[in-house]
Write a protein that binds this ligand. Structure first.
Ligand code: UD1
Length: 375
C-alpha cells in the first residue's frame, strides 16, 4: 500500500489561560478535521489550577497538549520571560510553518515574541481589538502581537478599522467572526442539559438571579475600589441574588481586604470558578451579568442577556452597539443604580448577533490558513 500522504503544513497552537482555551478549541478542531495540517498544541501553564485549565480542556473537548511549559504565575516580565525561555528551544528544533495564538493574555504575547525572533510566521486569532487604555496589560499584549503577526483574524468591524488606521496592509487582515461564539453555539444545548452542581446550593431558576465575575487588577488589587464594589454588590443582592464564581486572585484579595466573611452570604453566593459548560448554563439563565471580563461581554451579546461591564472602556464595542452591554466603570454610585434599573425594566428583546458570529469562524480560519500556507 502506498504510504498515507503526509499533511504538508505544520501548525503549532499555543494556549495558556482560560479564555484562550475557549477561542482555540474550534480552531484546533477545524484545522485537524481539514486534514491539511500537522497540528501540535502547547500549553504554557499560565493557568494551572484545575478549575481554570483541566476543567476547560474536558468541557471543550480539547486534545491533550503535546507539550506543557509549566510556566506558572509571576510578575508580567517573569511570566512572559519564563514562557519565552521554555518555548524557544521547542520552536528551534521542530519545523513550524505557522504559530497560532489567541486573544490578549501574557501567553499570547510571549509566544508571538518568541516565534517572531525565530522567523516563524504568526497567526493571531482575535486581532485588532483596542481599548485605547495602555494601563491594561491586555492592550499592550494585543498591540504587540498584532505588529508581529503575518495573519490577523478579526472578530468585529471595529477591529478592521483599528488595523486600517494603524496602517496594516489589508492582505494581512481576515474578517472571519468570533471563535468564542463558535464554542458557545456548539456547547449551548449540552450546557442547558447539564444540571449545574450549584443548583444544590442555591435555587437557579431562569432569570431570577444575577452572575458576577471580577478579576481585573484595576478592580480587585486596590482595596478601596474592591470594598466599594463589594458593598454595592451586597446592596444589589438584596434585590437579586448573585452567583459569583471567584477567580483565585480575587479570592486572595477578598480575604486580604477582610471581605471574605461576606462569602458565606446566601444572596451573594461565592463559589470556585466553574467549568465551561456550567458557567455557560449559568449565564444563559441569568437576569443580569456583571463582569470585568472581555469574552463575557461577547457571550452575553449572543445569549441576549443584559450585561453591565465594570470597566470604563471596552475593546469590543459591538457588544455596546448591539444594546446588550453597558459600561458602568467601578464607581458604586454609577454601577448600583444602573444594575437596579436593568433588573426592574422588562427584559429587552434579544438582538441579532453581530455579523459572522454564526458558529463558522474557525472553518473560515482553517480555509485561510490552507490558502495562505500551502506551498
Ligand atoms: C489572565 C489574563 C486576563 C484574562 C484572565 C482570564 C493576562 C495579563 N491576564 O488574568 O487577560 O482575562 O487570565 O482568567 O494574561 N492564579 C491561580 N491559579 C491559576 C492561575 C492564576 O491561583 O491557575 C492566581 C495567581 O495568584 C496569579 C494570579 O492568579 O498570580 C493572576 O494570574 P495571571 O495568569 O497572571 O492573570 P489572570 O488574572 O488570571
Amino acid at each position: 500500500m502506498p504510504p498515507e500522504p503526509r499533511a504538508e503544513i505544520s501548525l503549532c497552537f499555543v494556549v495558556g489561560a482560560r479564555p484562550n482555551f475557549v477561542k482555540a478549541a474550534p480552531v484546533i478542531r477545524a484545522c485537524s478535521e481539514s486534514g491539511a495540517f500537522r497540528c501540535s498544541l502547547i500549553h504554557t501553564g499560565q493557568h494551572y489550577d484545575r478549575s481554570l485549565s483541566d476543567a476547560f480542556f474536558n468541557d471543550l473537548e480539547l486534545p491533550e497538549p503535546d507539550l506543557h511549559l509549566e510556566a506558572g504565575s509571576g510578575s508580567h516580565a517573569a511570566q512572559t520571560g519564563q514562557i519565552m525561555q521554555r518555548l524557544e528551544p521547542l520552536l528551534e528544533t521542530d519545523r513550524t510553518d505557522c504559530l497560532v495564538v489567541f486573544g490578549d493574555v501574557n501567553s499570547t504575547l510571549a509566544a508571538a515574541l518568541t516565534a517572531a525572533k525565530l522567523g516563524v510566521p504568526i497567526a493571531h486569532v482575535e486581532a485588532g481589538l483596542r481599548s485605547f487604555d495602555s494601563t491594561m496589560p491586555e492592550e499592550i499584549n494585543r498591540r504587540v502581537t498584532d505588529c508581529l503577526s503575518a495573519l490577523l483574524f478579526t472578530t468585529e468591524e471595529s477591529a478592521n478599522q483599528n488595523l486600517e488606521r494603524e496602517g496594516v496592509a489589508p492582505a494581512r487582515v481576515h474578517y472571519v467572526g468570533n471563535t468564542m461564539v463558535d464554542s458557545l453555539l456548539r456547547h449551548l444545548e449540552p450546557a442547558r442539559a447539564r444540571r449545574p452542581q450549584l443548583a444544590d446550593r442555591i435555587p437557579i431558576t431562569r432569570q431570577t438571579y444575577g452572575v458576577l465575575t471580577l478579576h481585573r487588577p484595576a478592580n480587585v488589587d486596590d482595596q478601596a475600589t474592591l470594598t466599594g464594589l463589594w458593598r454595592a454588590l451586597e446592596a444589589l443582592s438584596a434585590r437579586l441574588p448573585i452567583v459569583f464564581p471567584v477567580h483565585p486572585r480575587t479570592r486572595r484579595q477578598l480575604v486580604d481586604s477582610g471581605l471574605a466573611a461576606a462569602t458565606s452570604d446566601d444572596r451573594l453566593v461565592c463559589c470556585d470558578p466553574l467549568p465551561y459548560l456550567e458557567f455557560l448554563a449559568l449565564m444563559d439563565g441569568a437576569r443580569l451579568v456583571l463582569t470585568d471580563s472581555g469574552g463575557i461581554q461577547e457571550e452575553t451579546t449572543v445569549l441576549g442577556v443584559p450585561c453591565l461591564t465594570l470597566r470604563s472602556n471596552t475593546e469590543r464595542p459591538v457588544t455596546v452597539s448591539r444594546g446588550t452591554n453597558r459600561l458602568v466603570g467601578s464607581d458604586p454610585a454609577v454601577m448600583l443604580p444602573a444594575a437596579i434599573t436593568a433588573v426592574e425594566r422588562p427584559l429587552p428583546e434579544k438582538p441579532p448577533p453581530p455579523p459572522l458570529w454564526d458558529g463558522r469562524a474557525a472553518t473560515r480560519i482553517a480555509s485561510v490558513l490552507v490558502d495562505r500556507l500551502r506551498r
